[in-house]
Design a protein around this ligand. Structure first.
Ligand SMILES: [Fe+2]
Length: 298
């Protein structure tokens, strides 16, 4: 059964369990999420002007990339961004001493195929686990501006418990960070990074699109099959996502069922995570047991 829960009043542990069981959670705008949304809007408007969702129509794509790239980096690496994430996790009742997050990403998804590579890559159907995420990863996602059905994400409900053939066995996160990230900024027309992808046709009969308003937070398992829906809305989509991991679940190897993932390099993937309380990086002793052999055995 697929369930979308609106504003559930979960404890942090109940939330994690609901997500490991395939629930999707949607939260209407809260003060802390609105603060992060407003901060992103400030940076976006500074970079793209008064109508950022329409800026692509007044700029050559090469110029758009030179604005979007630094904007994304500034948002991701700014200390204020981390502090606002911590506020969100506190507001949601997470134990800041046992919760890790990775720095949030600002996604810029242009309309009508204007920019689909590099900094504007539109993610095809994937599970984050194919990119090295552990089974206990939670994804947090919200738009900066109200969404249209043709500029949101696609959630593929048919594949929560069912496998799909994919190329995650060729994905190693260590290689990805060495090669992929440095390439992203230089890619405009094609994306040559080796993304893990489905190798059979995705059955789209169970596709669900959640059309949320600004600062409405969707929380879902990193193992849920999802994609960037083709943006045909006539407006660039700006959204924020970040991921969290509960240390307790990481140590206990709790999480979503692994139905088809064979990615490796999870130990390297985990090194991007910071403790919510003081932003210290995750200790090697927690990441090391997730070295390559761990996923192969799953
Ligand atoms: Fe994803």
């Amino acid at each position: 059964m697929n369930t979308l829960r609106l504003n559930p009043k979960y404890s942090d542990q109940e939330r994690r369990e609901a997500i490991y069981n395939g629930n999707l959670l949607l939260h209407t705008a809260s003060p802390a999420v609105t603060n992060l949304r407003n901060w992103a809007d400030e940076l976006i408007s500074e970079a793209f002007g008064a109508e950022p969702q329409k800026a692509q129509y007044d700029m050559a794509v090469e110029q758009f990339v030179t604005v979007a790239g630094p904007l994304k980096s500034k948002f991701t690496n700014h200390q204020k961004t981390k502090e606002l994430i911590r506020d969100i996790l506190k507001e949601f009742g997470c134990d800041l001493e046992r919760t890790y997050f990775d720095v949030p990403r600002l996604r810029v998804v242009s309309s009508d195929g204007y920019l689909t590579a590099g900094v504007g890559y539109a993610y095809k159907a994937h599970r984050d686990s194919w990119y090295g995420a552990p089974d206990c990863q939670l994804n947090w996602w919200f738009p900066i501006y109200d969404l249209d059905v043709n500029q949101t994400m696609s959630m593929y409900t048919n594949y929560w418990a069912a496998p799909i053939q994919n190329s995650s066995d060729a994905y190693n996160h260590k290689e990805w960070i060495e090669v992929g990230r440095t390439l992203a900024a230089s890619q405009i027309t094609t994306d040559t990074r080796k993304h893990p992808l489905p190798t059979e046709k995705v059955d789209e009969s169970g596709e669900m699109r959640i059309v949320s308003a600004a600062a409405e937070m969707l929380v879902f398992s990193g193992s849920y099959l999802h994609a960037t829906a083709p943006n045909t809305s006539g407006k660039t989509r700006f959204s924020i996502d970040f991921r969290t991991i509960s240390l307790d679940d990481l140590l206990a190897r709790k999480g979503a069922p692994n139905v088809d993932c064979k990615a490796s390099g999870l130990d390297v993937y985990l090194k991007d995570f910071l403790l919510a309380s003081d932003f210290s990086p995750i200790a090697d002793e927690y990441a090391a047991p997730y070295a390559d052999s761990a996923r192969a055995a799953a």
